[in-house]
Design a protein around this ligand. Structure first.
Ligand code: BGC
Length: 508
């Protein structure tokens, strides 16, 4: 019995020891899991902190970017090739004021979408009477096709639009004047001709190099049997400036923040040193800066930017654009998230989606950034549906939002520095003598027209731009107004077509 009892105790002892050992193993496993999870989070946090530091834009640095912008503007105006800022002549020396009259058409090509417009202008004092706009995405394959295919496609869409429009109005116009917004760097030889310098934003049609863009379009229109004259060829910034100025004559510059980014402004002809002797009735000309290609060592560049550039179609070009515009912001965020996923595993087992270039678009990045729900539902949905990573915990969702915030804040603050750079160059930043007979130092009301899907559709981005302008300019910021125009790049081209096909010009 005793023996039996002893055996029982032994068994009991054995079981107890077994249980204790198992508990120890479980506890050890739990501790090790916790330690691992802690390490994963630590690594993820390190990567985010490193990225945030690399993207830093304290006001001191922004002011350096402002000054560099001014220096590069001078250099680009001094000689062709004098700066990465091309500072292109547009031959637009007068901006519409409202006396334009008639029906005009416009084509707007250069972003994700392509637009055809008809604009009815009522003449003196009246606003734009009517406007029809048709917008459609550019088929991806056309972006890297041939001139004939691309221009053939837009000419056929324009023809269809004009025919439907004239049918609905029951009348044709004798000579139809067209404003053509072509949103790429073009070396213009007149207001209605110019040669493409480089493609940007993922376009790459090789046989367009060195060809007159208007001649290409005119040829395609003739092939379609469409009687239409291209009256003006304008960059989208110039169209936006024209519409901005039409509504508010204190508008001196325009900025696009969409798929790509760029700015233009009104410059005195005597400051355009590279074209000495250039005469205009107004003494001014709109300069297309092509600021997407701006570069200075003061820009906060990270390893993600370097890698994005190396993998792009236009390596070493458009450095500023690659930190700012809609084509790239989502991609920068994706690259950061992918590295975090690989090095920290906080996303669990990620499939191949997060490793795919451009898998995260900027509009989706903006939606995640602006998700105001307590449990970040939109972030969860987008990460699940678009990046195919299911069920990430709240902590990880917050990390995703943080990455989007860093990317967007840097971009917006750089836009602000760029805008202040232009204002400084033309003496509207309150630092120089007043140009209009006002007491020295008293700033003038100054309007900058802004257009582009990224800016229009992303309120946190707009807030960051405003905030940084105030940080840089202080009190003077109250005289600066950023006004959003919608379809301005196309409507403005129609307005300029009107100004250039009647002789009723009004001057800047
Ligand atoms: C182009 C500019 C254009 C800007 C905005 C850039 O990629 O080079 O000409 O104005 O995008 O569309």
């Amino acid at each position: 019995m005793g023996g039996g009892g002893g055996g029982g105790r032994g068994v009991w002892f054995g079981v107890a020891a077994g249980c204790a050992a198992a508990a120890c193993v479980i506890a050890a496993a739990l501790v090790s899991r916790r330690v691992k999870s802690h390490r994963r989070w630590q690594r993820a946090a390190e990567l985010v902190a490193e990225f945030e530091e690399g993207c830093g834009t304290p006001v001191g640095r922004l002011k350096q970017v402002v000054d560099a912008m001014v220096v590069e503007m001078h250099a680009g105006l001094a000689s062709d090739g004098g700066s990465k800022l091309k500072m292109l002549l547009t031959y637009v020396d007068s901006l519409p004021h409202g006396s334009e009259k008639g029906i005009y058409y416009a084509l707007d090509l250069g972003g994700t979408n392509f637009r055809v417009l008809q604009v009815q202008l009522g003449g003196k004092g009246s606003n734009i009477l009517k406007q029809k706009v048709e917008k459609q995405p550019i088929p991806q394959e056309l972006m890297t096709s041939t001139c004939e295919k691309m221009f053939g496609f837009i000419a056929s869409k324009l023809k269809q639009f004009v025919e439907e429009d004239e049918e609905s109005r029951e009348g044709t116009i004798e000579t139809r004047a067209l404003g053509f917004t072509f949103s790429f760097p073009v070396k213009q030889s007149s207001v209605s001709s110019g040669v493409l310098m480089k493609w940007t934003k993922g376009f790459s049609i090789e046989d367009a190099a060195d060809r007159d863009i208007v001649a290409c379009l005119q040829e395609a229109l003739t092939k379609e049997g469409l009687n239409m004259q291209v009256a003006v060829l304008v960059n989208d910034t110039v169209g936006t400036l024209a519409l901005g100025h039409y509504h508010d004559q204190d508008t001196v510059a325009a900025v696009i923040i969409g798929t790509g980014t760029n700015a233009c402004y009104v410059e005195r002809t005597d400051a355009i040193i590279k074209y000495q002797g250039l005469l205009t009735n107004s003494g001014s000309m709109v300069i297309n800066m092509e600021w997407g290609n701006f570069w200075t060592s003061h820009l906060p560049r990270t390893s993600y930017d370097v890698e994005l550039d190396e993998d792009s179609l236009n390596r070493t070009d458009q450095g500023f654009e690659k930190m700012i515009s809609g084509m790239y912001l989502g991609e920068i965020a994706r690259r950061v998230l992918f590295r975090i996923a690989v090095e920290s595993e906080v996303f669990g087992d990620v499939g191949s989606k997060l490793s795919q270039p451009f898998a995260l678009s900027t509009p989706l990045m903006a939606t995640m950034h602006e998700d105001e729900s307590a449990d970040l539902r939109e972030v969860k949905r987008i990460v699940e549906q678009t990046l195919q990573i299911p069920d990430i915990p709240l902590k990880t969702r917050r990390l995703v939002v943080k990455v989007c915030d860093i990317v967007s804040r840097r971009a917006a603050r750089l836009v602000a520095a760029g805008i202040v750079g232009i204002l400084k160059k033309i003496g509207r930043d309150g630092s120089g003598p007043s140009t209009s007979g006002r007491p020295k130092g008293q700033p003038m009301r100054t309007v900058v027209a802004v257009e582009g899907g990224l800016y229009e559709g992303y309120s946190m981005f707009r807030d960051y731009v405003d905030e940084a302008i105030v940080e840089i300019l202080g009190d003077v910021a109250q005289y600066i107004f950023l006004k959003t125009t919608v379809d301005g790049s196309g409507t403005g081209a129609a307005l300029l077509a009107a100004a250039h096909s009647s002789n009723r010009k009004s001057y800047i």
